[in-house]
Design a protein around this ligand. Sequence first.
Ligand code: NG1
Ligand code: ZN
Length: 534
Amino acid sequence: EVNKEKVYAAFDQICKTKNYNFTYGTAGFRDHAIRLDTVMFTTGIIAAIRSITHGGKYTGVMITASHNPPQDNGVKIVEPKGDMLLPSWEPEITRLVNLASNNTFDAWFDAMMDFYKSKTTSDDVIPHFMLAHDSRESSPHLLHCLTTGVEAWFGVNNVKIKCHGLLTTPQLHFLTFLQRENDSVKDYNTFFQNAWANLYKGDDEELPFDNLYVDTANGIGSRQLELFIKDWKFPNDRIHILNGDYQNPSKLNIDCGADFVKTQHKLPKHETNTKLSPRDLYCSFDGDADRIVFYYQDSQEKFHLLDGDKISTLFAKFLQKLLHESQLGSQLKLGVVQTAYANGNSTKYITDKLCVPVSCTKTGVKHLHHEAQSSYDIGIYFEANGHGTILFSEKFQQLVKMNTNHAAKKLYHFSQIINQTVGDAIADMLGVLITLISLKWTAHDWDKEYQDLPNLLTKVIVPDRTLFETTDQERKLVKPVGLQPKIEDCFNKFEQGRSFVRASGTEDAVRIYCECSDDSKIKLLSTEITELVV
Ligand code: NG1
Ligand code: ZN
């Protein structure tokens, strides 16, 4: 039985934000941390109810705002299988959170009670959930808001909360997937260290790069990577963590990290400016380490970005080779999933050169994940910004285990190095490194497979972004009526021109993407499209 007085007392103590609307979007709830008290209070109870609907299995709750600035924070719920909250729950959770900030306690309580009763059939199931947070200053307080709500609703003894403290987002997904009460980050580390050890030959393996520099955005990724590399079979003197000051949350994501590098097309800032050599490989994590991009500088000191599209193509090339060598190519379907933001030349390379099928979905990893899962035995998906992973089907697992040839074994071990629950900077880093080592490819070898078309991603603020409606996986506008033909007329004037416009799902802005073959004309194309939009 829910004790209404107790819930009221806790609600009254925690929920201070009033008259404010939140949306559970692609990245869960995200906002300025000072506004998130009510959100946390309600979200925890809902994560527990979600656990009950799964018969008491662990759900996960991650407190993070990824690449957002230090003053922001956010929260998202993870399903027991390690994937993101079932999309059909998003409108419900949005409605309930907004009742808490825009209505009376009674109205919120009644709606929560109705929801609770509609989802639970007996009082016997004890909800279980796992919690973790990134390195933001506001995280411990928000965690307190969340647990206070849950304990008031269920009673301290009728809910099991396992708090992992500091973790990266993908670590929390992975531990939720394992569903084991006593597992910790150690188990995550052992799992991926072992997977690596099955593929990496050790000291006699020649590395196709001199040093590996990892920019961890002054976020939680730095602490977790430090822990990981302690028992990682890899020459320690070759790996260097940059921007690792996670204990100073005001530096999080500032002038560094995957988002900075991808959007600015330049090196992140860091204290000791070591001289870059073309033989060195660089990568950047984002603030919660679920994204990664690579890059290097050539001998002319030109910066080369190896983003999510390049990671996809690298994996496609490597896995196709292994499929061929293992003679499983005809039985297992390999494919790549992208969004409209993928560089046109990456799509061309995968389709025309590798002859691997490509699907395009809407923005947001849940769409890519779903497509990779439903269409392929090996489904590689990455957003251009570096968020992605590879999914291996049940059929894949069976076939590679039955085959004893070397390539099939390698395929199996490679599938173990990948965190299949969600994009994971650490696991993806391992995947890229082992691929480069196996192919004996330098960063330049990787990069020269195809050349990115010059492109520009910008955003504009419009009075009402909801007026922008799209179709064809967001590649075309249906509203405002008449705008799409004008956009097409405009980009068709440019060689290999392409452009699309869509409302952002995470910011109050409209995004404009442009690409064309001529570097000197990309700004012009972008300006012309912007003039049509505003
Ligand atoms: P929106 O704001 O809907 O474009 C952004 C990223 C997505 C995804 C989400 C969630 C771009 C163009 N968009 O979405 O790829 O990562 O944030 O974090 O990078
Ligand atoms: Zn992130």
